[in-house]
Design a protein around this ligand. Structure first.
Ligand SMILES: [Cu+2]
Length: 344
């Protein structure tokens, strides 16, 4: 936590001291690299009266059961008392976005996500589980199973407020709120509640606060964005997702209508507080509230392409350069983001 606060203050000191006195806006919003890599959201503001609509698809894959930053074996997991482990998880998020600039200083934004998740599970070998397991009817359960969930996620709305606009730099604040429109009551065919990562929303009103700094050189650009997701309260199932903190830093090189980017993003997600009483925490590792969150350093390469009529297409591919999960979880494998944007 305070690690992030110190990063935050460093970021602002750097931003404030490195910016030249305001010499009027010269920031070129028409360059191919004036938009960040597509996985970064709320990266740019618009000029007064401008609209933008966008679509993003994010595909995330998780595999390899991990304890902290190390692979973990079945027998170690069983020793902790779990009956099942996840083997593989795919998360897809489709996101519709809208932006409107009320003035050069204030841009409003709306994001509507649709999520779908699949998780393959494996029963741990019975071995010394003995009579208890048999009495619970565990013998009748298949070795492998899979579960899925899909639907609307948490709708987010908010504003971007431009604080500084000079020849080479722009700094804006990201101020948004998400509403608990995503379900936290997803169940399997037998009516059992799905574990935390399979739910579609947080169940709480969340604040999304951050700041973005963009700098342009003649033939390169740099961007840095700090974002936080702060949960306002416990949800009606008795738990609260952990707060999240992200720090993305990217370099982009415009080559005509194409922008090539490299992005390094540090993500911290805190553990869940409380628990969904309907989930037995020893049933699978992902049903335990202390096996959630962690830290990830994601490295990505991406491309933005400017097309006629203010259309843009973008793609980014990210892999973890480092990760350490809280407790036992599947490790992040890769993230792909596709996007289309059109302004008018
Ligand atoms: Cu936009």
């Amino acid at each position: 936590m305070h690690r992030f606060f110190s990063l935050f203050s460093m970021f602002w000191l750097l931003a404030v001291f490195s910016l030249e006195a305001d010499t009027g806006s010269g920031f070129d919003t028409h360059r191919s690299d004036s938009h960040a890599p597509i996985s970064v959201m709320g990266d740019h503001v618009h000029a007064k009266g401008e609209w933008m609509i966008s679509y993003r698809a994010m595909l995330m894959n998780m595999k390899t059961l991990t304890n902290g930053d190390d692979k973990v074996s079945d027998s170690e997991v069983k020793q902790e008392g779990y009956m099942m482990v996840p083997e593989d998880m795919d998360m897809v998020m489709h996101m519709l976005g809208g932006m409107y600039a009320q003035s050069d200083q204030v841009t409003w934004m709306l994001m509507i996500p649709y999520r779908s998740n699949t998780m393959d599970m494996r029963m741990l070998p019975m071995g010394n589980m003995g009579g208890n397991a048999m009495n619970n009817g565990m013998m009748n359960m298949p070795m492998h199973s899979s579960m899925d969930s899909s639907g609307l996620g948490d709708i987010k709305l908010g504003s971007l407020v431009l604080l500084h606009d000079s020849m080479a730099d722009r700094v804006h604040l990201n101020l948004s709120v998400s509403l608990p429109t995503g379900s936290i009551n997803e169940k399997n065919d037998q009516g059992g509640v799905l574990p935390y990562p399979m739910q579609l929303g947080s169940g709480s009103v969340d604040l999304h606060l951050g700041a973005t700094w963009l700098h342009q050189w003649e033939s390169f650009s740099f961007g840095s964005q700090l974002m936080s997701v702060l949960r306002s309260a416990s949800n009606n199932k008795g738990y609260q997702l952990g707060n999240e903190y992200q720090w993305a830093n990217w370099l982009a090189k415009p080559v005509g209508l194409v922008s090539l980017s490299a992005n390094l993003k540090y993500v911290v997600k805190e553990d869940i507080e409380g628990a969904d009483e309907r989930l037995a925490a020893n049933r699978s590792t992902s049903a335990n509230p202390s096996n959630q969150g962690g830290e990830w350093l994601m490295a990505g390469v991406g491309m933005n392409v400017q097309l006629p009529k203010a259309n843009r297409l973008a793609f980014e591919y990210q892999v973890p350069a480092y990760q350490k999960v809280n407790g036992i979880q599947l490790a992040q494998d890769q993230v792909m983001t596709f996007g289309w944007q059109m302004s008018f």
